[in-house]
Write a protein that binds this ligand. Structure first.
Ligand code: ADP
Ligand code: MG
Length: 368
């Protein structure tokens, strides 16, 4: 036999071997277990988080918050991506260790594709790609807003269809949830989010970022009927929070003209009054959505879902209107990877994986 035919045989063997490897990898992707173990990564804004989920049960939720933004009075995108870069390996390692999971036990890696800050998202997506390549496992992209809704399946379980009011620093939406992966936004803000209104109002009063939890704290000590703010009228299920920000700015300016110490002397009452006003704006539209859809299973999600005023008023409304309400645990309200893991679990079962050339989408919409 000559060397040319030897080479041909070797090439043929390599070709067959390559095909076999490709076939085995395809089989591995196609024959997915019904009880998957997934690592999920969240890095959309200023929280670096990782979580491991096994058979639909969240095993942990490791979160590294970025204190660096506090002194700037808001999230600085460049600093957020740098901090994600520093935190991500530590956070993922901790999630893997506390779940007692080795890399080769993972069936997929999930990550937040959007919405969020481009630089922050890129850190999570790139890390997920590296890990998926190294472990030869598929990737699952998750929409951050859909994940906020699916956080409800970590513990309690609403039945479909239900309504979810998702309220955070960047979003205010009413979502009609028909199934795990079938949800539609039926109402949303046309300008600022309610979390932004809380944070900006707090800043105007000289409170540090994020001001939402502080307004909540002081509001609990104040009288909510002390000050009144005018309502912004919006059609249907639409919200608007930019008007109240401006109205609040003028309110403080005028009162401070009369009394320089107005904020210090009335902080609790101002916070209570403003909080009640914002909560009523939310509940008014939520009631309308329930009335229009005839749905009485109502959930809230997102950072502002931690607000005690919203929780109390929602409980009160539920009694009046015979709603069944769902409020997630605090750690699953603000940005966290457990909710990404929960969403990834359902996408895994539905065989919804993404390709290696996936890129973040900062304004990714629900259903987008
Ligand atoms: P985003 O995803 O937009 O970063 P999160 O879901 O992390 O938002 O929520 C952060 C927002 O939630 C901030 O605007 C913060 O002020 C607000 N927030 C957190 N806790 C409370 C609270 N108890 N009352 C009001 N707002 C709150
Ligand atoms: Mg969020």
């Amino acid at each position: 036999m000559n060397s040319a035919s030897d080479a041909k045989i070797v090439y043929k063997k390599i070709f067959l071997l390559q095909n076999r490897i490709r076939f085995l990898i395809t089989c591995k992707f196609m024959v997915q277990p019904l009880h998957p173990t997934i690592l999920a990564i969240e890095s959309s804004c200023d929280e670096t988080s990782a979580s491991v989920i096994r058979s639909g049960k969240v095993l942990n939720n490791v979160i590294a918050s970025q204190a660096i933004h506090h002194k700037h009075g808001g999230v600085v995108p460049e600093l957020a991506s740098r901090a994600h870069q520093q935190n991500i390996l530590l956070v993922v390692n901790e999630a893997m260790q506390t779940a007692d999971i080795k890399g080769n036990e993972l069936n997929a890696i999930a990550f937040t594709r959007g919405p969020g800050l481009m630089g922050s998202l890129l850190v999570g997506v790139s890390f997920a790609k590296g890990m998926a390549l190294a472990l030869s496992i598929p990737m699952i992209e998750v929409n951050h807003m859909e994940a906020h809704v699916l956080a409800h399946f970590i513990n309690e379980r609403p039945t479909f269809p239900f309504l979810c009011l998702t309220v955070s620093g960047g979003h205010t939406q009413i979502v009609l949830v028909k199934d795990y992966l079938d949800m539609h936004v039926i109402g949303e803000t046309q300008d600022d989010a309610v979390g932004e209104a809380f944070d900006k109002a707090a800043k105007m009063m000289g409170l540090p970022y994020p001001g939402g939890p502080l307004i909540d704290k002081f509001a609990q000590l104040g009288n909510a009927s002390t000050f009144k703010f005018s309502q912004t009228v919006m059609p249907g299920l639409e919200f608007s929070f930019s008007g109240i920000k401006t109205a609040f700015l003028y309110f403080l300016r005028d009162r401070k003209k009369e009394n320089e110490k107005f904020v210090e002397e009335n902080l609790n009452d101002i916070c209570a009054s403003l909080q009640r006003h914002l909560v009523q704006m939310l509940l008014q539209k939520l009631k309308l959505a329930a009335q229009q859809t005839g749905i009485r299973e109502i959930a809230i999600a997102g950072g502002v879902a931690a607000n005690s005023g919203l929780r109390n008023e929602l409980a009160q409304t539920a009694k009046e209107l015979n709603w069944k309400i769902f409020i997630p645990e605090f750690q699953y309200c603000t940005d966290n990877a457990a909710m990404i893991a929960m969403a990834a679990h359902y996408k895994f079962l539905a065989g919804k994986f993404c390709s290696m050339d996936v890129a973040p989408i900062p304004n990714l919409a629900i259903g987008g």
